[in-house]
Design a binder for this molecule. Structure first.
Ligand code: Q9C
Ligand code: ZN
Length: 654
């Protein structure tokens, strides 16, 4: 039998142990069936989740001579009974009957009412095969007939909820398999299952299905960005730890920026995942293996390499005697998913050694997220309790600059649009600016809360002031701050000040009123503010941009002395902006011992608005919409509440 050099050497090495040559080869199962390619968009439109995804993976495994060394299994149709372990009867019935003639006309309508779902006459069959194949593979691994395996299936599963298809997912393949092992096969002795979800999106469906179940530890690492990344909302937050008996058995690692790569993922592995897995000691691992965090993926915007995936998988092999069932989820760059899949199957086969080191460091935001997760979960997992050493978290790399936001959270679901957007991205390495004057270095060490009450309440809008760029409706692009790191935290708070609108026209927003906070507090008023935790250096750059000054400057507008003064006196009028509209910096108190600052007009200007010398003007429609959008997307207000609040502030006399 011809063998690749590496693996035959491996067998030879093992011969002096008690294993017989040939037997030491791990038995790895692969499931693939072309039938699952028949699920497609109904009218041939382009879509990122397209049939060839699984075909290219399969072809790559064959080309590399890897599938030949695996046990290839045919697909398997899921039983309704097993699907109903995690899905409602209605949902199963809906998916089952999708292909019938009488549904021909309803399919598009059904799909349109769901979030990011398309359906055709073969969707039902593919969904049954995807779920059933993962079940069958999991059964064989649990039984010991196989050591591990990879189900190359579509449609994907992890977004599918109990009663709802979404995010390209119809049945939750991995959840069905987990539930099958726990509830239908007590004979197999699987009592504890670890589900690892490294798809770039949060596995919201899986999380909900095992929310109260301590038999399943769900671990998901995903882009979250304060709920703006798909799936939208708070589900993927690290505070979502499970409930009742399942409390502590749900672990989310929510990135708050894109571009995360091997170093970030491996840091999450080393400092969260591996210690917890050791404590949990699973009987088997199911892996929601989406490859959309891979470098080159059009939706993910992350940078995990095939090496990164193999290193993560290798670390999983330490647990559950290496019983790992991989199921494909997302992944939309054909080349990336094929190479990543190959790297993973080679790990399952124990083909090659993986070096544990990686060449770069994690982002600063990665350490922040990892620390937050450890803190939130250490009550359940004592191995997370120690503080990470200063030396460790000081090893970080700067965030590269992206001029246009590439978050997959926009309203249109258009792959080409996303690809176009990606190709327009201008990514450079953020170089430590040697000309960066010392005031910047000093003020970068101090955090403040910048409290916004106008268009900056809309986070993408505010990010323009930090990262540069131009959101919808903004008439001129912003250059951004010199330090482009995103805010470290965002909180909402209400203060006893008054929101009002004045001014006829602005260069940034066109006609209509500009938002002001009355600099004086008044217990009869309420102003809702979005607080961004940024550095005092960044606050200077925001203040300068708000007042149409260049950020390229040798001196700070608002220095440490001014900060001290503002904290003591409540307000300060920095000289450089004293004649501008936002000429006053007001201190609204402290949050976590960090001063809360807002910028608004001076007291004398607000008096002129009061007397009528300066006209009040309600915001123009587009501007009002930006304000409402900020309030709604911040998650604190319904659209009606936000509208009422803006409407009242715009119409009441000052
Ligand atoms: N309408 C998986 O990777 N994007 N699903 C929607 C906003 C949906 C991804 C964009 C992404 C779903 C399995
Ligand atoms: Zn995904």
């Amino acid at each position: 039998m011809a063998m690749a050099g590496e693996s035959s050497r491996k067998n030879y090495d093992k011969m002096d142990g008690d294993e017989v040559a040939g037997k030491s080869q791990r038995k790895v199962g692969l499931v693939y069936d072309d039938t699952m390619c028949k699920h497609d968009t109904p009218d041939g439109e382009d879509h990122p989740e397209f049939p060839n995804r699984i075909r290219v993976i399969w072809e790559m495994l064959q080309l590399a001579g890897v599938s030949q060394r695996c046990v290839v299994l045919g697909s398997n149709k899921a039983d309704d009974k097993h699907l109903q372990l995690v899905h409602t009867k209605d949902h199963v019935n809906l998916v089952r009957t999708l292909s019938t003639k009488q549904k021909d006309y309803q399919r598009n309508k059904i799909a349109l009412e769901l979030s990011s779902i398309y359906l055709n006459g073969s969707s039902s069959e593919a969904a049954y095969l995807a779920a059933g194949s993962v079940v069958k593979l999991a059964e064989k691994v649990a039984q010991g007939e196989l050591d591990s395996g990879f189900a190359i299936v579509r449609p994907p599963g992890h977004h599918a909820e109990t009663d709802e298809a979404m995010g390209f997912c119809l049945f939750n393949n991995v959840a069905v398999a987990a539930s099958y092992l726990l509830n239908e096969r007590p004979d197999l002795g699987v009592n504890k299952i670890l589900i690892v979800d490294w798809d770039v999106h949060h596995g919201n469906g899986t999380q909900k299905m095992f929310w109260k179940d301590p038999r399943v530890l769900f671990f998901s690492v995903h882009r979250h960005e304060y709920g703006s990344f798909y799936a939208p909302g708070d589900d993927g937050d690290y505070n979502m730890v499970g409930e009742g008996p399942g409390e502590g058995f749900n672990i989310n690692v929510p990135w708050d920026q894109g571009q995360c790569g091997d170093a970030d993922y491996l840091a999450a592995w080393d400092h969260i995942f591996v210690p917890v897995a050791r404590e949990f000691n699973p009987d088997i691992i199911l892996l929601s293996a989406g490859f959309d965090a891979a470098i080159g993926d059009p939706l993910g915007g992350c940078r995990v390499t095939p090496y990164g995936y193999s290193a993560m998988l290798k670390k999983l092999m330490e647990f559950a005697d290496g019983k790992i069932v991989m199921a494909l989820e997302g992944g939309y760059n054909l080349d990336s998913i094929a190479k990543s899949s190959l790297a993973c199957v080679q790990v399952l086969l124990e083909d090659k050694e993986i070096q544990a080191s990686s060449e770069t460091y994690p982002f600063e935001s990665t350490w922040r997220v990892i620390q937050a997760v450890r803190k939130r979960l250490c009550a359940y997992w004592p191995s997370l309790a120690d503080e990470l050493s200063w030396k460790l978290i000081n090893q970080k790399r700067p965030t590269p600059i992206i001029l246009i936001s590439n978050s997959d959270s926009e309203t249109e679901d258009d792959a080409q649009g996303l690809l176009d957007q990606m190709s327009k991205l201008s990514i450079e390495n953020h170089q430590v600016d040697t000309a960066r004057t010392s005031w910047r270095a000093d003020l970068a060490k101090v955090d403040v809360w910048y409290a916004s009450f106008g268009s900056n309440m809309w986070k993408p809008r505010f990010l323009c002031y930090i990262q540069g760029g131009q959101v919808d409706g903004l008439k001129r692009a912003c250059v951004g701050s010199i330090d482009k790191s995103p805010p470290k935290e965002i909180v909402w708070k209400t203060f006893a000040h008054r929101l009002f609108f004045g001014r006829e026209h602005t260069a940034r927003w066109g006609a209509g009123g500009v938002a002001f906070a009355n600099p004086l507090a008044n217990p009869n008023n309420e102003i809702h503010m979005c607080l961004y935790r940024i550095t005092l250096e960044q606050f200077n750059d925001v203040l300068r941009q708000e007042n149409a000054l260049s950020v390229d400057t040798d001196f700070p507008v608002f220095d440490l002395a001014a900060l001290q003064l503002t904290e003591n006196k409540g307000a300060v009028i920095p000289e450089a902006v004293s004649d501008s509209w936002y000429g006053s910096v007001v201190c609204l108190g402290k949050e976590c011992d960090i001063p809360i600052l807002t910028m608004t007009c001076t007291h004398s200007v607000s008096e002129k608005f009061k007397s009528g010398e300066f006209p009040l003007r309600p915001p123009a429609k587009a501007y009002a919409y930006t304000l409402i959008r900020g309030l709604v997307e911040g998650g604190r207000f319904s659209e009606e509440e936000a509208e009422a609040y803006i409407g009242e502030a715009a119409s009441k006399p000052l």
